[in-house]
Structure formats: structure tokens, C-alpha cells
Design a protein around this ligand. Structure first.
Ligand code: UDX
Length: 444
């Protein structure tokens, strides 16, 4: 099928490349000329495992191209995906300006029946608004002539891709949600996803939009729940990792998303939870549970900083080394990464920060002020009074701990992801503090 993807951000680019890989002819569109030029030169604006190889392969096979003009791309496509950004407004509500703009541009390129698919995470009823925006633009353009009655369908097809495993998630989805208004649109979208042979959930547009919000909010709730449990563990001397393991074997609970630590970050959970709280409020429901989910997440970062301060005693003038800056491993994304808040709070107290991340150094450079960015973990360790592990990159498992210990002023590790094994580190002479596990009393 001929497909246009409007918006070549994270979601758009992964979706576009993967749709090309399963056999469609795809054009990815963005109004950022630099981005399009670099994609044409086979350079990805993001780091995502496996994606670059697929980009090269599908461009070579002439199934994938890049363009600036939404109107031109929409003209040639049978299916148009809207994958533009939906940033948060100050109120937490999603800003849908780009979605409306994309819809109006698509309408200008409308010359025959097309399915317009919303892929961006949007509040319920956005599909209806997109439909109206397209209809109005068609009327303006054709001023009541026959062409203003061009048929089209709007559909909702939320994405559930996780950064770091987005290609695998796309190719082997647990479900694909299709919110449609007509059998015709349903059949076309079934055709789009046919090569994946996946479970399809077909429903109306409003329900599809809510599935996305409800899923992300539920996952965020699961993380905040285990983080709240970690607080109790910390106080009563229990081990949150064992508690999570014991809970997780119950199939109704499940093992995933029960890792306690410095909380969730990224481009989705913080923004989506905020947007869902607002959406509920606007519809007359106070989603107090989600507000608490958000509070717990913020408190985890503060708690971690307090723990560091408690053990170091005076933070002022001390050198703190940070391992891991991205909001999670296997990505260079630092949007709402817990590292940003934690580093800022420690700097406020007068700490000197050195840091390293396997992929996020370029982004860190523009986001972090007065942080000494180091070429590797050993350069971070040199002269550090303690280390903080904030992202659980597998690379950190193979650190030479003898070398690390020798380089540090004090062999002290604060593990914000409960990633290292405390007993193992103790063998190398490290004092270890995790989140919600039995920690030693600081030696004074
Ligand atoms: C999430 C959803 O998983 C995905 O379905 C949706 O499409 C986009 O949002 P993503 O933001 O890529 O994906 O990351 P995810 O793996 O879900 O992790 C989100 C955050 O939660 C990370 O900061 C991660 O470190 C944190 N997390 C995750 C925990 O703190 N504990 C856990 O047990 C799991």
C-alpha cells in the first residue's frame, strides 16, 4: 500500500521504517528540512537498536523515501498516519496544534478516498476533531464544488512501542488497536498490518484513544505502586526486589514493571499521566489515583537525593559521579529522565557532578549545565566521593570494579535502579545503597 507518515519524530520514524520493511511504499514527512536531509543521507535522528539497518535496506529497496510537503505526500497515499508531536501545555493538557495543522494540510492534498490514521497519543474525541478539521478545509478549498464531498475515514491506531525495543515491538506486537468508523477503513487497516499476523482489537475511535491512555497510566501506576512499597521496605528493613518477585509470580499481577528505583521518565509516561488527569478533569472526573501516581514518582527522586545526602553528610564541594543519564537503557532519549532532576537537586546543594552515558552524551551536553561529561565510567570514578547509578545499561555490568575502586576517593555506590548485586560489590570493598532494600547504616 502507499502510505504517508506525517511527523518524523520517534513514533513516525519507527512506524514508517517498519511499515516499509513489511512491504509497503512509505514516505516519511517532516517540516524540519535538516532532519529530512539527514534521513535521506541515511542518518537517523534517534538511537534505536536495529533501526539504522532497516532504514538502509528499505531505502535501497526503494520502498522508503522522505519529503517535506504534507500536501504532496498525502496526494499520493492511500493511508496517511499522523504522528506529529503532542507536547504538554502548562496545564498538563496535550497541545494538539500540530495535529490540527497536519489534518488541514492532509485535506489540501486530498484527491480521492483516504484513511487518515491518528498515531500520536491524543485525548479521546480527537479523531472526531480531525475529521471536522479535514471536512472544513475541504469545504474552504472547493467552496461547495463536487470535490468537497471527497470521502475519507479517520481512524485511531495508537502505538505501544517502547524505546530501546521499538523495532521488535513493532514486528511482534501483543495487540494492534484499530479504532474505526467504517468497515472500509477497518479492511484497509487490516491489510496494512496483515504481514504481522497480529491480534487485532477493533473498536470505535474514542475507545481506541482511551486504550492508549489507560494502558500507559496503568503501567505508570504499577511502577508507582512498587515504589511506594519500596518506601515501606526501606522503613521496615525488607527487600523490595524479593517482595516484587513474590508478587510477580501471581499471573494476575505479573512480573513486569515492578522494578523500584528513581521512578519513570521518558516522553510518554509523565506526559500521558498529566494529560489523562486533565482529560478526566475536563470530563468531570477527579482521577485522584493518578495524581498520587505522579506524586509518588516525584517523591522517589527526592528520596534518592535525601539518601545520598544522608550518607555523604555534607554534599557541598563533594564530587558525585553519575553512571547513566538516559531515561532508560538502550536509548539516547533524555526527555523527563530522572537523572535531570536528581543532578539539579544535588548541584543546588553544592555538589560537583561528573557523568557518563553510553548513548546520551550528545543530548546531555545541551541539557545539563556545569556537569563534567566524561568519556567513560572510569573517568567518572576518578576522584569521585561516590557513584550514582541512574540508568541500568548492561554495559555497566562488566565494569572493572577493582579499577573503579582504586580511582574513587570513597568506594560508595547509590544504585537508583537496584541493578548491581550488593554482595558482589561488597567483595570489592564497595559500600552499597539501593532503593527499598536493606541498607547498612552509614558509617560516620
Ligand atoms: C512506554 C510504554 O511502555 C509504551 O507502550 C508506550 O508506547 C510509550 O511509553 P517507554 O517510554 O519507551 O514506553 O519506556 P518503558 O520501557 O515503558 O519505561 C518507562 C519508564 O519507566 C522508564 O523511565 C523506566 O526506567 C521506568 N520503569 C519501567 C521503572 O521505573 N520500573 C519498571 O519496572 C519499569
Amino acid at each position: 500500500m502507499r502510505i504517508a507518515i506525517i511527523g518524523s519524530g520517534y513514533v513516525g520514524i519507527v512506524t514508517g521504517i517498519c511499515l516499509a520493511d513489511i512491504g509497503h511504499r512509505v514516505v516519511c514527512v517532516d517540516n524540519d528540512l535538516k532532519k529530512i536531509q539527514s534521513l535521506k543521507a541515511l542518518k537517523l535522528p534517534i538511537y534505536e537498536p536495529g533501526l539504522e539497518a532497516l532504514l538502509k535496506l528499505n531505502v535501497a529497496k526503494r520502498r522508503l523515501s522522505f519529503a517535506i510537503s504534507v500536501v504532496e505526500a498525502a496526494k499520493k497515499a492511500e493511508v496517511v498516519f499522523i504522528a506529529v508531536g503532542t507536547p504538554s501545555k502548562k496545564s498538563g493538557e496535550a497541545d494538539l496544534t500540530y495535529v490540527e495543522k497536519a489534518a488541514r494540510e492532509i485535506a489540501k492534498g486530498m484527491n480521492a478516498y483516504k484513511v487518515i490514521v491518528e498515531k500520536s497519543t491524543v485525548p479521546a474525541q480527537t479523531g472526531q476533531r480531525i475529521e471536522r478539521a479535514i471536512r472544513l478545509t475541504l469545504n474552504e478549498k472547493y467552496k461547495g464544488r463536487k470535490a468537497s464531498h471527497i470521502e475519507f475515514d479517520v481512524a485511531s491506531n495508537p502505538e505501544f512501542l517502547r524505546e530501546g525495543s521499538a523495532v521488535a515491538d513493532f514486528m511482534n506486537p501483543e495487540r494492534i488497536v484499530l479504532g474505526v468508523q467504517s468497515k472500509k477503513a477497518e479492511n484497509i487497516l487490516r491489510e496494512v498490518y496483515k504481514p504481522l499476523n497480529a491480534r487485532l482489537i477493533v473498536t470505535d475511535m474514542n475507545s481506541a484513544e482511551l486504550i492508549k491512555h489507560a494502558s500507559n497510566s496503568f503501567l505508570a501506576t504499577k511502577i508507582s505502586f512498587i515504589n511506594a512499597i519500596s518506601q515501606v521496605c526501606h522503613r521496615v528493613g525488607a527487600d523490595v526486589m524479593k517482595v516484587a518477585e513474590g508478587m510477580g509470580y501471581d499471573k494476575r499481577i505479573g512480573k513486569e514493571f515492578l522494578c523500584a528505583g528513581v521512578g519513570y521518565g521518558g516522553s510518554c509516561f509523565p506526559k500521558d499521566v498529566d494529560a489523562f488527569i486533565r482529560l478526566s478533569e475536563n470530563s468531570g472526573y477527579d482521577f485522584a489515583l493518578l495524581k498520587e501516581v505522579r506524586n509518588i514518582n516525584e517523591a522517589q527522586k527526592k528520596f534518592f537525593v535525601k539518601m545520598v545526602e544522608h550518607v555523604l553528610w555534607n554534599v557541598k564541594g563533594k564530587t558525585i559521579g553519575v553512571l547513566g543519564l538516559s531515561f532508560k537503557p538502550n536509548t539516547d532519549d533524555m526527555r523527563s529522565a530522572p537523572s535531570l532532576d536528581i543532578i539539579k537537586d544535588l548541584q543546588k546543594e553544592g555538589a560537583k557532578i561528573k557523568a557518563y552515558d553510553p548513548q546520551a552524551m550528545r543530548k546531555a551536553k545541551s541539557l545539563l549545565k556545569s556537569v563534567q561529561l566524561c568519556r567513560d565510567p572510569y573517568a567518572v570514578a576518578k576522584g569521585a566521593d561516590c557513584l550514582l547509578l541512574l540508568t541500568e545499561w548492561e554495559d555497566f555490568r562488566s565494569l572493572n570494579l577493582v579499577k573503579m575502586r582504586k580511582l574513587m576517593n570513597h568506594a560508595l555506590i547509590f544504585d537508583g535502579r537496584n541493578f548491581f548485586c550488593k554482595a558482589e560489590l561488597a567483595k570489592f570493598g564497595f559500600e552499597y545503597f539501593g532503593v527499598g532494600i536493606k541498607n547498612e547504616q552509614p558509617q560516620r
